[in-house]
Structures are given as structure tokens and as C-alpha cells.
Design a protein around this ligand. Structure first.
Ligand code: NAD
Length: 435
């Protein structure tokens, strides 16, 4: 199959490289010429474990190429995937579909004679497929094409594994020829187990939002249980294990912490709320999840203040981890952003270290001093806050940490350490949902 991937970001680049690895011939397109230049030089513009090798191998073997020129890449393609961003629209929380519609327009202008499947892989609100179809049809009334929804469920940090071994692939189409093309594209997956789930296009679009909203709800639920644990002297990790062993609940997404962030959950929950409101079917549970999660980030900054006796004014705070989760450099909507803003606003000086995201973090938090390693950030600190649970922070030399710090206070927002152990080493240790 000849595949064109429009948008070479976290989703487009990973999907494109994996499709190439399946044996398809893939052209990744992006309007960001700097990104395409770097890719053509063999550099990977994002941090995603294993992606550099996957891209290099497939590029070397001639199955993966990069360009800013959309038209020639669309002409001969069996399928054109749209993997551009769908951020929150400024002001109202609706998904901003301008990139998707711009891509649809250029596809319409470039379509060749043969049957082409246009696939929205971006997360898009219900009905977007109809609009993409309308845009292309208006430009090219004669074209032979079908618009399919195929939302992506990969997680940053484990993206290649998720793409190659998905729980399911949801494909929304009512078109028999498009179904055949999609089956052929994903056939290498079906050799292991057939995770292809064909549904209507609108159902597919909504499934993606429902999945993300449900996961955000699970996280928020355990976060509130964590707050209650702190009040009543219970341990949230044991509660999570205790309920997660129930197969109806499952153990995943039950880790209490500083609230969800990242490039998907915040914007997708908001966009789903907007769809619900527009359609007269409000999603009250999700509304509450969004509000509780927003408040949680402020609560985390307060946790640090309380650990320091009520104020951080004039204090030096070390933050370990800035990305919204480990194994990514993605800073979009990371909880660290609001935590830093609160701390700096209250007069603290913040010293930070993250293994991969500091380049992206710098412009978002200009007041922060960045360090080359964890111990550099910790030196002279009045308190240390662990915000993202990178493996490198799970086994810090606590004796060295204690010697370096001005006062031995740890606020562990990811429950990486055992309270008894940290206290035995002489720390004032505060975590989440463990009294
Ligand atoms: P991203 O910002 O990393 O990448 C988007 C890319 O599209 C950018 O490189 C941008 O330059 C390019 N682009 C924009 N308009 C273009 C156009 N007209 N032609 C060509 N390129 C264009 O975004 P992302 O994180 O990869 O997300 C893409 C979509 O996938 C979003 O809808 C997102 O919600 C969804 N998604 C993301 C993830 C994730 O973990 N990041 C997971 C599942 C789904």
C-alpha cells in the first residue's frame, strides 16, 4: 500500500514509521519545513523511545520518506491519513479543526484519478468526517474517494509498542472499498490477533472521546479517593490495588498523583463537553472531572507550601520532572506548568530538572532555573518536589539528597518512595493519599 501521512508530529511520525515497518510505502508530510529538514537529516524532532531506530531503518530501506510537498504525495496514494493537531480553540474549548480542514482542502486539490481513502487519524469531534467529505467533494466533485475515521489510541512514551500491539483498532466507515483498503493496511496486525473493530464513522469519532473521558474520570476518581485517604489514615495505593484486582475495574489508570495533563485528556474532555452541550446531552460527570482536575493542580502547589510551614516566599524549590509523564518530552498542558506558576507567584525560586523536556519547558516557564541533572536542581533546596516519575528519580541517593538540601523535605506527587523509608533517612516526607 502507498500511504501518505499528513502531519509528522507525535502521532503522524509514529504511525507513519510503524506503517512503513509493516512493509507499506509511506510519505510523511508536514508544513513545518524545519521539522522535515531535520527528519531528512536523520534527526528525530521529538523524544519517543525507539523511534529514531525505527525511522532510520525504514528510511534506509526506502519505505519511509519526508516532504513538505503534499500534492505529489497524495496523487499515487491508496490512503491519505490526516494526523494534524486538533488543539482547544482559544476561549471556548471546542476542538480547533482549522488544521484538519486545511489538510482536507489540500487533499481535494491534489487527489489523482484512482480511488483514495482519506482517513482522519486526528482526534476530531463527531461529524468532522462529514465536513471533510464535503470540503473535498466541493473542490473535486468528480473524485473517487471515501472518508474514514480511524482514531489513534497510542500513548506517548510507549507509542511504538501501542501502535504495533493495540488493544483494538477502531475504524469508522460504511464504504466497502474503504474497508478493504483499511484491512489491507492493518493486515500485519491481524496476523497476531484481529483487533480491527469496524463501526459507523460517527461512532468511531465519538469512541475516541469516550475512551479519553473515561480514562480521565478514572484518574480523577482515584485522586479524590487519595484526598479522602489522607483525611482518614488510609493508603490510596492499597485501595487502588484492592479495587483494581476486580476485573470489572482493572488496575490501570488508578495511580493517584498531581492530576492528568498532556496533549490529549485536557483538550479532549473539553471538546467532548462542548459536543454534549451543543447536542443538548450534557455530560455532567465529565464536567465535574474537568473542574476537579483543574483544582487539583493548585492543590499540589499548596501541598508544597504546607510542607514548608504555609509559605514558599523566599524559598528555593527543586522540581524533578516537568513533562506530563515519563518517557516523553511533551510539555503540552503538563501539571508542572500550573505548579510552577503558583510557586513563582507566591515568591519561590524554582530549580528544575527533566531528562528530556527542558528544551520545550524553557519558553513556558522563563522564571525557572534549569539544571543538568537531578542533584544540581536539588542543591540548596528548601524542599524537593517529584512531579514526574521518570525512572531516574525512583532510586535517588537519598543520603546525598539530604546532604545537598538546605532542609530535608520531599513532596512526592507520584508516590515513588516508601514513606517509612524516607522518614527513616531523616526526611519530612509528604506524598499523595498516604498518611
Ligand atoms: P503534533 O502537534 O505533535 O503534530 C501535528 C503536526 O501536524 C505538526 O508537526 C504540524 O506542523 C503538522 N501540520 C499542521 N497542519 C498541517 C497541514 N495542513 N499539512 C501538513 N502538516 C500539518 O500533534 P500530535 O500530538 O501528533 O496529535 C495529532 C492528533 O492526534 C491530534 O488530533 C491528537 O489529539 C491526536 N492524538 C494524539 C496522541 C498523542 O499522544 N500525542 C494520541 C492519540 C491521538
Amino acid at each position: 500500500m502507498h500511504i501518505t501521512m499528513i502531519g509528522s508530529g507525535y502521532v503522524g511520525l509514529v504511525s507513519g514509521a510503524c506503517f512503513a515497518d509493516f512493509g507499506h510505502v509511506v510519505t510523511c508530510v508536514d508544513t513545518d519545513a524545519g521539522k522535515i529538514d531535520r527528519l531528512n537529516r536523520g534527526e528525530i524532532p521529538i523524544y519517543e523511545p525507539g523511534l529514531d531506530e525505527l525511522v532510520a531503518t525504514n528510511a534506509r530501506q526506502g519505505r519511509l520518506s519526508f516532504t513538505t510537498e503534499l500534492a505529489p504525495a497524495v496523487k499515487g496514494a491508496d490512503a491519505v491519513f490526516i494526523g494534524v493537531g486538533t488543539p482547544s480553540r482559544r476561549g471556548d474549548g471546542h476542538a480547533d479543526l482549522s488544521y484538519v480542514f486545511a489538510a482536507a482542502k489540500t487533499i481535494g486539490e491534489a487527489l489523482g484519478e484512482k480511488f483514495t481513502v482519506v482517513v482522519t487519524k486526528s482526534t476530531v469531534p463527531v461529524g468532522t468526517g462529514d465536513e471533510v467529505e464535503r470540503i473535498i467533494r466541493e473542490i473535486r466533485p468528480d473524485a473517487d474517494f471515501a472518508v474514514v475515521s480511524n482514531p489513534e489510541f497510542l500513548r506517548e512514551g510507549a507509542a511504538i509498542e501501542d501502535f504495533k500491539r493495540p488493544d483494538r483498532v477502531v475504524i469508522g466507515t460504511e464504504d466497502a472499498r474503504a474497508r478493504e483498503v483499511m484491512e489491507e493496511i492493518y493486515r500485519p496486525l491481524s496476523l497476531n490477533a484481529p483487533p480491527l473493530f469496524f463501526v459507523g464513522r460517527r461512532t468511531s469519532e465519538l469512541t475516541k472521546y469516550a475512551a479519553n473521558a473515561f480514562l480521565a474520570t478514572k484518574i480523577t476518581f482515584i485522586n479524590e479517593i487519595a484526598d479522602l485517604c489522607e483525611k482518614v489514615g488510609a493508603d490510596v495505593q492499597d485501595v487502588a490495588r484492592g479495587i483494581g484486582l476486580d476485573k470489572r475495574i482493572g488496575p490501570k489508570f488508578l495511580h493517584a498523583g498531581p492530576g492528568y495533563g498532556g496533549s490529549c485528556f485536557p483538550k479532549d474532555t473539553l471538546a467532548l463537553l462542548k459536543t454534549g452541550q451543543d447536542e443538548g446531552a450534557p455530560l455532567r460527570i465529565v464536567e465535574t472531572v474537568v473542574a476537579v482536575n483543574d483544582a487539583r493542580k493548585r492543590l499540589m502547589a499548596r501541598k508544597i507550601m504546607q510542607a514548608l510551614g504555609g509559605s514558599v516566599r523566599g524559598k528555593r524549590i527543586a522540581l524533578l520532572g516537568l513533562a506530563f509523564k515519563p518517557n516523553t518530552d511533551d510539555m503540552r498542558d503538563a501539571p508542572s506548568i500550573s505548579i510552577v506558576a503558583s510557586l513563582v507567584g507566591d515568591g519561590a525560586s524554582v530549580h528544575a530538572y527533566d531528562p528530556e523536556s527542558m528544551e520545550q519547558a524553557r519558553p513556558l516557564m522563563p522564571e525557572v532555573s534549569f539544571h543538568d541533572d537531578a542533584y544540581g536542581a536539588i542543591e540548596g533546596a528548601d524542599a524537593l518536589a517529584i512531579v514526574t516519575e521518570w525512572d531516574a528519580f525512583r532510586a535517588l541517593d537519598l543520603d546525598r539528597v539530604k546532604t545537598l538540601m538546605k532542609s530535608p523535605i520531599i513532596v512526592d506527587m507520584r508516590n515513588v518512595y516508601r514513606p517509612a523509608e524516607a522518614r527513616k533517612r531523616g526526611f519530612t516526607y509528604v506524598s499523595v493519599g498516604r498518611s
